[in-house]
Design a protein around this ligand. Structure first.
Ligand code: V55
Ligand code: FE
Length: 488
């Protein structure tokens, strides 16, 4: 295997694995609940080649798609690379051709004109198709059975945006997929495309609007009546890119913004609300309407969580110095002006998971990850360089917080949620947990956790025969949905 650099992005939990493998009938410790019948797809960035320059960040890793198939208490696993145009070009060359994260000016001449995305962030299931997404390019469709890559997805040529978010939102009642792309019209443009695909997967709406500056719009939210776009001041600059610099720099001095519009309305109906300076968030838990109020629940921090984005903006703070909290921003649409209310509704953390049925609706509970404040230093690893080691369950209506803290030397990835067949039940969470077994060795397990009682720990565990690199996001697709999968 190629020599990877000896940096935090390529060692420990971030050690490249690069193995496409599959195994059937993995050992199960405990009993898999009968509700769990389907597939847990995982997006795992894993660089196939040593970086062109001395170092690179985890976000550049080639997308791999992992799949746990769980049926009748049996568990199989398979993982393959997403065969993006970039992966195929580098595979043929047997070396990296692309340079730094989201900077095409640092690529080799052989990379010119080839789609740069690595499709490494979120598996998305919609209208019988499975996609691997990354916000810097279009999605790639993947065969849900074989994990073979079918190709770049542009809605049969209908989508004009050059990008597709890794965080589309699916309305649980209408089956529509609401999504957007930023830098829609090209590198560092302020163009944002806001789109809707109907329940059959047909693109039915694409409208473009301008954001106040070119920011990384990582996530957005829908309610039953609105679309909500948060803009946080981590900005891109074409001259910086041309000079070989980083795509993103966090700006502590710039205001944040939230744009709200009727979700089936026109972009010129958008209202802009001005938020605090310098704050940042990657993920939103949910948003919902409450009469003429819109509530937006955000995994908010007082600066950008990624060191490379902070440092490019001259913000020099250690990860443990970042403050934050699960924060509810409430917008009163009957009032003129650009202000809103803000209050903290939960501990700091990220990688939130909601029941699919609660998307855009008032919700009773949700889950997310955090660093155990009593747990000693967390393991280095994962996209931000610090692994989470505690799961939280919150009930935002009454302030209740439950926790599943992990032991030292352990790390937890974002869970997926599997609904319970019995009404009123919380359902189940599936997540991969890693444990350090030696100075530079790790073992991974799939854990199945009762969503209503996370404190009691897993009800079943599946030890994995191969270490697993840190996952970004995942998706649960039921056996019933898989059976409706469309051929290419
Ligand atoms: C994120 C992840 C990305 C990315 C930009 O979690 C932001 C945030 C895995 O890739 O390119
Ligand atoms: Fe994300």
């Amino acid at each position: 295997m190629a020599q990877f650099p000896d940096t935090i992005h390529f060692t420990g939990l971030n050690t490249p694995i690069g193995i496409e493998w599959s195994a059937r009938n993995l050992d199960v410790i405990g009993e898999i609940p009968a509700d769990i019948d389907g597939a847990f797809f995982r997006a795992v960035p894993d660089p196939a080649h040593a970086p062109l320059f001395g170092d690179d960040i985890a976000l550049s890793g080639d997308g791999m798609i992992g799949k746990f198939t769980i049926r009748d208490g049996k568990v199989d696993y398979a993982i393959r690379y997403v065969e993006t145009a970039r992966y195929k070009a580098e595979k043929a060359a047997r070396r990296a051709l692309f340079g730094q994260y989201r900077n095409p000016f640092t690529d080799t001449p052989e990379a010119a004109g080839i789609d740069r995305t690595v499709a490494n962030t979120t598996p998305v299931w919609h209208a019988g198709r499975l996609f691997m997404t990354k916000e810097d390019g279009l999605a790639y469709e993947v065969d849900p059975e074989t994990l073979e890559t079918r190709g770049r997805w542009d809605y049969y040529g209908a989508l004009k945006s050059e990008t597709f978010t890794a965080h589309p939102r699916l309305d649980p009642e209408t089956g529509e997929l609401f999504f957007f792309g930023y830098e829609a019209g090209g590198l560092c443009s302020t163009d944002v495309a806001y789109c809707i695909a109907d329940r059959d997967g047909k693109l039915v709406s694409e409208q473009w609007f301008q954001q106040p500056y070119c920011s990384t719009i990582h996530d957005f939210a829908i309610t039953e009546r609105h679309a909500v776009f948060p803009i946080f001041p981590t900005t891109a600059d074409l001259d910086r890119l041309r000079a070989g610099g980083p795509h993103w720099a966090h700006r502590q001095d710039l205001e944040s913004w939230v744009a709200i519009m009727p979700r089936y309305g026109k972009v010129d109906e958008m209202r802009w609300f001005k938020g605090p300076k310098g704050v940042s968030a990657f993920h939103l838990v949910n948003a919902f309407d409450d009469g003429d109020l819109v509530h937006l629940d955000i995994c908010l921090t007082d600066t950008n969580a990624f060191a490379f984005m902070r440092e490019a903006g001259g913000v020099h703070r250690a990860h443990h110095e970042i403050q934050g909290g699960l924060t509810r921003w409430t917008f009163d649409l009957t009032k003129p002006g650009d202000t809103f209310e803000s209050r903290v509704i939960g501990p700091p953390g990220d990688m939130p998971r909601l029941r699919d049925a609660d998307q855009g609706r008032p919700y009773r509970s949700a889950w997310y990850l955090t660093v155990n404040p009593q747990g000693g230093p967390p393991l280095p690893g994962g996209p931000v360089g610090v692994a989470f080691n505690m799961m939280l369950r919150i009930e935002p209506g009454n302030g209740r917080v439950d926790a599943m803290p992990l032991g030292p030397e352990m790390a937890i990835n974002e869970p997926v949620h599997v609904p319970a067949s019995a009404p009123g039940k919380d359902g189940w969470l599936l997540t991969v947990v890693d444990r350090r077994t030696g100075p530079d060795s790790f073992a991974s397990e799939l854990w199945i956790i009762d969503g209503a009682d996370i404190a009691k720990g897993p009800v079943a565990r599946v030890p994995m025969p191969v270490p697993m690199r840190a996952q970004v996001h995942g998706a649960w697709v039921s056996a019933e949905q898989l059976a409706q999968g469309k051929p290419s």
